[in-house]
Design a protein around this ligand. Structure first.
Ligand code: SF4
Length: 213
């Protein structure tokens, strides 16, 4: 009989075996690009974000560039990814805040990141893990939110509480890969109407029976 931690670890082990490549994820070359790309990625696909940021990152290279951006121009430049008005405001606001309070640099502390417009805990955990190698928590995005209760890793529906539950089963060095493997599995197999018959963890998943009837 497996403990809950062993159960969670076995799920991650199978995902690693099943998915040699994680992603696609947003493309970035420095912490500022990662931050901008991640904020833009809400409610859209990585592919669309990468199409938009290719041109955006050529033009806007520093926090000051975003701070000084003409908001109507910025809206036009990111129009194709949706929610462009609010996202343009976030980008300009991020530039202004970074320039005014953080010497134009992306801060390396969770509390500081959370003061930036459009940056919630999920985004902050990802920036810290990917850009700075700091594992402050598991980023609970829409896929992690859907998969965790299905897999019996949490009884909660609130992202904060799901994060706390997952962090009992996984160790800090695993925090980023948990997020990325869950996203990959959530995009490929454990979709809205899950493909349980071909799932690599169906024997470990308490929801498999429910979906396979
Ligand atoms: S068995 Fe079905 S519900 Fe469970 S993780 Fe796999 S696809 Fe998702």
């Amino acid at each position: 009989m497996m403990t809950e931690k062993q159960h969670a670890q076995e799920i991650l082990r199978r995902f690693k075996k099943t998915y040699p490549v994680r992603g696609p994820f947003v493309a970035w070359k420095n912490p500022l690009e990662l931050l901008i790309g991640t904020v833009l990625s809400a409610q859209t696909t990585d592919k669309k974000v990468n199409q938009v940021t290719r041109g955006l990152f050529q033009k806007y290279k520093t926090a000051e560039d975003y701070a000084e951006a003409d908001i109507a121009t910025l809206e036009e430049e990111i129009y194709s990814i949706g929610f462009y008005r609010v996202k343009a405001k976030f980008l300009k606001g991020i530039g202004e805040k970074l320039a005014a309070e953080f010497h134009g640099r992306v801060p390396e502390r969770l509390d500081d990141l959370l003061t930036l417009p459009g940056v919630a805990k999920k985004t902050a955990h990802l920036i810290l893990a990917k850009a700075f190698g700091k594992m402050t928590g598991i980023a609970v995005d829409t896929h992690v939110l859907r998969l965790s209760p299905r897999l019996g890793l949490s009884q909660n529906t609130n992202p904060e509480k799901i994060g706390v539950d997952l962090e009992k089963w996984y160790d800090p060095p695993q925090f980023l890969e948990v997020n990325e493997y869950f996203i990959t599995h959530g995009r490929k197999i454990c979709v809205k109407n899950p493909k349980c018959s071909i799932c690599p963890v169906k024997d470990l998943c308490p929801s498999a029976k429910k979906f396979m009837v």
